[in-house]
Design a protein around this ligand. Sequence first.
Ligand code: DQA
Length: 149
Amino acid sequence: MPFQRIVVINGPNLNMLGKREPGIYGARTLADIEAALRAQAADRVALTFRQSNSEGELVTWLQEAGLAGDGVILNAGAYTHTSIALADAIKAGGARVVEVHLSNVHAREAFRHHSYLSPVAVGVIAGFGDRSYHLALEALLTLPENPKS
Ligand code: DQA
């Protein structure tokens, strides 16, 4: 596993989880998800958990994670579908990112079908509710040191 640390970065409106459209996004809060991820990470890897509604802050965190060599689990919310700046930040810092979504964005409105982030992500996990984050963590924890191996 190539990471000392994994940073979980959540974008706009994900602070509202639990209250926000629970039929789509589930009943768990972001704090619930953080606690469950910390239990999963246990002593296998250090975990940092962040959320912002501001695109610029997300850009800075993605740059920093890349430069530090940290793995990233990223749910960029609606910025997934709009933000060239986030894609550029991933490329600029060289972060290895798993893009996650609680909902299956491909089964929803057409404007959610395109992601600026998928082309610069290691992989994408969508549609498994809060389990999307756990699957992403497992994917990063089992990523080969040498991505080509
Ligand atoms: C989301 C899907 C996005 O389309 C939406 O804007 C979100 C959440 C998800 O986790 O399913 O805010 O990223």
